[in-house]
Ligand binder design. Structure first.
Ligand code: ATP
Ligand code: ATP
Ligand code: MG
Ligand code: MG
Ligand code: MG
Ligand code: MG
Length: 260
């Protein structure tokens, strides 16, 4: 009937609740693969670390930085990635649900599109999905603490998983391996790896131990002008990937443009 045209749009819109992220704070969008325990099983990821799967996550992150210019830094490990938006970003007027949904759906689409670039020999068996959340960090120090927390988590999980999968590959059941490792300290885990498996933890690939950092750097190119022999400085921004320690202050000192 014609009645549907009588609805007052202002009344309907009045129910929309826009949650805006606090102004002038770093926005971190953290995405995480949904049920990747299962996804990694079904797609037969190498355990504990499938390099190709991590490469794919990194390709997606580069694409996200290319798409969203306000992202200054990102850090990834396992099936998760954290994206840091600059403090004064006005992306979607800082509406949390808009930013999170745009980043997470873009990441998921790229993951599917680039799957075959990385896994030439493996079919994607079902559509992967990711969840996402937004958190604001009011100061550089707190943002750095957040990122350090993720990198510490990477280290602890990787050390545990390296022991766990070594024991499983030796023939122990998953429960036995779990019980064997219960309550062991970092030093004991490193000893176990060295004595039982001949693995020196500190020589494992940096990507596995430190996670991946993908960020923008400004490079200054000085070009000489032929006409008047004066030079101009052109600033270019490029996206780079490093497997580095981001807990130490020296990383942030070496890349002052990230947080400024
Ligand atoms: P949730 O939906 O709650 O996030 P989940 O199964 O994804 O559940 P996570 O805590 O996110 O649980 O852990 C991700 C799991 O995915 C890891 O435990 C690991 O088994 C697997 N995984 C992710 N990336 C890799 C990789 N590159 N190589 C091997 N396994 C991986
Ligand atoms: P925003 O990112 O702000 O949503 P938008 O370009 O997606 O910008 P919308 O208001 O969402 O703008 O409108 C979607 C547009 O996509 C439509 O204006 C139309 O041009 C196009 N579009 C979407 N679906 C169809 C369709 N089935 N057939 C033709 N055009 C379509
Ligand atoms: Mg999760
Ligand atoms: Mg997950
Ligand atoms: Mg995870
Ligand atoms: Mg639209």
């Amino acid at each position: 009937s014609e009645d549907c045209f009588k609805i007052n749009p202002d009344y309907v819109r009045s129910f929309v609740f826009e949650s805006k992220l606090m102004p002038s704070t770093w926005i971190v969008i953290r995405i995480d693969g949904c049920h990747f325990h299962r996804f990694s099983d079904v797609h037969e990821f190498n355990k504990p670390n499938d390099k190709q799967a991590l490469d794919l996550m990194n390709l997606c992150a580069v694409a996200v930085l290319e798409e969203f210019q306000d992202i200054v830094f990102s850090y990834g490990v396992s099936d998760e990635y954290s994206f840091v938006l600059k403090k004064d970003s006005q992306l979607y007027q800082r509406q949390a649900s808009k930013i999170v949904s745009a980043v997470v759906s873009f990441f998921s689409s790229v993951y599917v599109m680039k799957w075959k670039d990385v896994f030439q020999e493996k079919d994607l068996k079902y559509p992967p999905s990711f969840d996402g959340r937004a958190v604001c960090y009011p100061s550089n120090e707190i943002l750095q603490d957040y990122l350090a927390w993720r990198q510490v988590d990477c280290h602890i999980n990787n050390q545990y998983n390296t022991c766990f999968w070594s024991l499983v590959k030796l023939g122990k059941s998953k429960t036995e391996a779990q019980n064997y490792l219960k309550g062991t300290q970092a030093r004991e885990k490193n000893e176990l790896l060295l004595k039982e498996f001949g693995i020196n933890y500190n020589t494992l690939p940096l990507m596995f131990r430190q996670g991946s950092s993908i960020f923008r750097v400004k490079t200054e190119n000085t070009a000489m002008l032929e006409s008047d022999a004066s030079s101009i400085v052109k600033t270019e921004t490029k996206i780079i990937r490093e497997y580095c320690n981001i807990i130490e202050q020296s990383f942030w000192e070496a890349h002052p443009s990230i947080l400024n």
